[in-house]
Structures are given as structure tokens and as C-alpha cells.
Design a protein around this ligand. Structure first.
Ligand SMILES: [Zn+2]
Length: 194
């Protein structure tokens, strides 16, 4: 028991000393004092204690053996009950995109330029109004929207205005959009060689 507590505490201290830096699994294991179950301890810090330790499941730019603690702020307890499976399902359903402002995980945060977009679970019907933690009442929301930095959820753009915006954008931005669309819809073959 004391050994278990010890390795979790060591891992936490390691993450807190590396806030904002990508760390690899072997570093975490070394910091834990060589604990065999270091990955379980990381999950406990995340799911039970609310430390927002990100992995490749949260951020496409992280490799499977990489982790990142961006802040020492812990999620409030009510957000921790949502299972990993539910979270993954909701993120997948929402295309890893904030359902309020449209920012995608890993993008530069439109509201806080020096951080990247991190998605969290938002409730469609607020808990205070009787909403629950079921997948159908959850949606992907970025930290900025979650913190109320974006005051209003933008309405979804209609097609005419969206296309007009794209035509007005710079070539670089249009190319970035094309890259994103190709990534989202797959095969490059259909649009190559035009
Ligand atoms: Zn957002």
C-alpha cells in the first residue's frame, strides 16, 4: 500500500516538474522508481485525482509513448466520473472538434494564442439543470469555451457564407483547409492531378 502510494506520488511530482513538456513512458517509469504498474498510476492521477495528463488519445501530435501535463489545475470531481470509453466515444463522434467554436484538438487556441486546443467534456444540458453524464448529453468542448472565454457559441455557418469566407481567405489558409479536409475525408487520389 505504502509502495503504491509512493510510486503515484513520485509520478505526480515528476509531471508537476515537467508542466507543458512532453514526457515519455520510460521517463515516467524511471521517475516512479521503476514501478511495473506506472501506467495504472498515471490513469489514477488522471481519472481519480483529476490531473489533466494528456496522451496520444487526446492529442494527435503525441506519440503512443508520450504524455503531457499542461497545467497543475485539476478537473472538478464531477467531471472525473466520465469513463475513458465514453470520453473517447464522444470525441470520436464530434470529430475531435470543439462543438462551440469549431477549434480542433492540437490547433493553436484561438482565444489563448500561446496554448493549443485541448478538448474536454461539456454537458449539453447542464448538470445543474438535471443533465447527466450519459454520452448523449456530452459533447467535446475546448478549454477556452469551457472556461467561458468564448462568450457565445458561434452558430454553425451556412454553406453560402462558409464558401464566401473560404474564397476570401489567403491561399495559405485555403491550403491549410484543404489539408484538413483531406485528413478528415481520406484519400488524396480523388483531388490530386486536377
Ligand atoms: Zn471552443
Amino acid at each position: 500500500m505504502s509502495r503504491r502510494k509512493g510510486s503515484k506520488q513520485l509520478i505526480l511530482e515528476f509531471f508537476l516538474s515537467k508542466i507543458g513538456k512532453v514526457v515519455e513512458s520510460r521517463e515516467i517509469q524511471a521517475a516512479s522508481g521503476g514501478a511495473v504498474e506506472w501506467a495504472r498510476r498515471v490513469r489514477e492521477l488522471r481519472n481519480e485525482e483529476g490531473y489533466q495528463i494528456l496522451s496520444h488519445k487526446d492529442r494527435a501530435d503525441l506519440k503512443p509513448n508520450q504524455y503531457l501535463l499542461e497545467t497543475d489545475r485539476r478537473l472538478p470531481a464531477f467531471k472525473r466520473n466520465i469513463s475513458k470509453e465514453t470520453r473517447a466515444w464522444v470525441l470520436e463522434r464530434n470529430g475531435y472538434t470543439c462543438q462551440m467554436c469549431g477549434a480542433a484538438a492540437g490547433d493553436i487556441d484561438p482565444f489563448v494564442p500561446n496554448r493549443t486546443v485541448r478538448l474536454t467534456m461539456g454537458h449539453i444540458v447542464d448538470k445543474s439543470k438535471g443533465g447527466d453524464d450519459s454520452p448523449n448529453n456530452l459533447r467535446a468542448v475546448c478549454m477556452s469555451c469551457n472556461e467561458g472565454l468564448a462568450n457565445t457559441g458561434l452558430p454553425k455557418p451556412d454553406r453560402i457564407h462558409l464558401l464566401a469566407q473560404v474564397r476570401r481567405a489567403t491561399i495559405d489558409d485555403q491550403r491549410a483547409l484543404l489539408d484538413w479536409l483531406l485528413k478528415k475525408f481520406g484519400s488524396k487520389n480523388t483531388v490530386d492531378n486536377q
